[in-house]
Design a protein around this ligand. Structure first.
Ligand SMILES: Nc1nc2c(c(=O)[nH]1)N[C@H]1C(S)=C(S)[C@@H](COP(=O)(O)O)O[C@H]1N2
Ligand SMILES: [Mo]
Length: 366
């Protein structure tokens, strides 16, 4: 296992666990920049951080293809057009901590709302590589496997997962070798990772080494067990794993990054800052903030004009606060009129994924 200090995260980076390495920047810090710098970008790992020597690296495409093919990194860079896509990655476990306060979720990381970051990814289109391998148009899923090593259920294996063929063929889905104009850092998948904009972070497989065209989704633990969603009444004892829904797209979300929980504010007008992320199919149209339990809402303004399907938007709002303990609430609405669930009851799930209930921050007003 690599020592993570080598990976040069910012001194203010909050580490939830060293082995495997998991952490994120403080929320108020994260929301300051539209493009998250590499040294503050959150990181989620389930196993080792492989140290890959570029000269030993090969990407292999197999399964339902005319002929199995392999490329070195330089061959990929030389043979396919370079594209850049701005995309926000969000872990499906983002905001799990709030779900845990409703009802315990054992053996999972208590992520706050910081398991999300935005970068510009440079690489080649997955579709270009699949076409070069002569993939069979009947294949339904594209599966990825990785060079890391994860331990689960007494076995050691590489992280993996899959996406539906339709998503693999869209131009935004990348095999990325750059993050914000630099070579991918080891922690973020050097030399090559998948980027699936609009999907939960888990499908953006790092240190990707094999890509397989197949009829069924990946058989990997992280496709078949983890990252599945179940209704609130299902628990670890009653779960039938095959009944779970494999998470794909993100759900519409909005989070307050400033003020943070238990912050002390002065009576009067309070400034509120946050981020929002759409579902990958609709643009976020409106953010509203309330300081009176949702009786009245004030409209936030977006801090940048960039509004595309894959990137978060940062926003700022003003609300009036009265002395005492006060909750500040935020909610988003997208161009389809979709909004977020008001509370966590109906979306609670025993693995703690995809929490997108109205975000609620408790502050003390003096
Ligand atoms: N090989 C590998 N890829 C992986 C993971 C992993 O543990 N191993 N974690 C996944 C999860 S759950 C998330 S949220 C993202 C996090 O990417 P980051 O560390 O670059 O932020 O990587 C995904 N890709
Ligand atoms: Mo994740």
């Amino acid at each position: 296992m690599t020592v993570v200090s080598e990976n040069q995260k910012h001194p203010d980076f909050i580490v939830y666990s060293e082995t495997p390495f998991n952490g994120n920047a403080p929320l108020a810090f994260l929301v300051q920049e539209f493009i998250t710098a590499n040294d503050v970008f959150f990181s989620r790992n389930h196993g080792t951080i492989p140290q890959v020597n570029k000269d030993d690296f090969r990407l292999t495409v197999n399964g339902m293809v005319k002929q199995q093919k392999s490329w070195t990194l330089d061959e990929l860079i030389g043979q396919f057009p370079k594209v850049e896509v701005m995309a926000t990655l969000q872990c499906a476990g983002n905001r799990r901590h709030e779900l845990m306060e409703t009802k315990p979720i054992p053996n999972e990381l208590p992520w706050g709302a910081g398991a999300i970051s935005n970068a510009t990814w440079g690489g080649v289109r997955l579709r270009d590589v699949l076409i070069a391998a002569g993939f069979d148009r009947k294949a339904r899923h594209i599966a990825f496997s990785s060079l890391d090593s994860v331990q689960r259920q007494g076995k050691t294996f590489g992280f993996g997962g899959s996406i539906p063929m339709e998503k693999a063929m869209l131009p935004e889905t990348l095999l990325a070798y750059e993050m914000n104009g630099e070579a991918l850092p080891a922690l973020h998948g050097y030399p090559l990772r998948v980027i699936v904009p609009g999907y939960i972070g888990a499908r953006s497989v790092k240190w990707v080494t094999t890509i397989s065209a197949q009829m069924e989704p990946s058989q990997n633990y992280f496709q078949q067990r983890a990252y599945k969603i179940f209704p609130p009444e299902v628990g670890p004892d009653s779960v039938k794993w095959e009944d779970g829904i494999m998470l794909g797209e993100n759900s519409l979300n909005a989070v307050i990054c400033y003020p943070t929980e238990d912050e002390i504010l002065a009576t009067g007008t309070a400034n509120v800052l946050g981020y929002t992320l759409g579902d990958g199919h609709h643009l976020v149209e409106r953010i509203e903030v309330s300081s009176d339990e949702g009786k009245t809402w004030s409209r936030a303004k977006f801090l940048s004009d960039t509004n595309d399907l894959w990137a978060w938007r940062l926003w700022e709002a003003e609300v009036e606060v009265q002395p005492g303990t006060t909750h500040i609430l935020a909610r988003a609405t997208d161009t389809a009129g979709n909004t977020q669930p008001e509370d966590m009851q109906e979306i609670w799930n025993f693995k703690g994924y995809a929490n997108n209930a109205w975000h609620r921050v408790k502050v003390q007003v003096t």
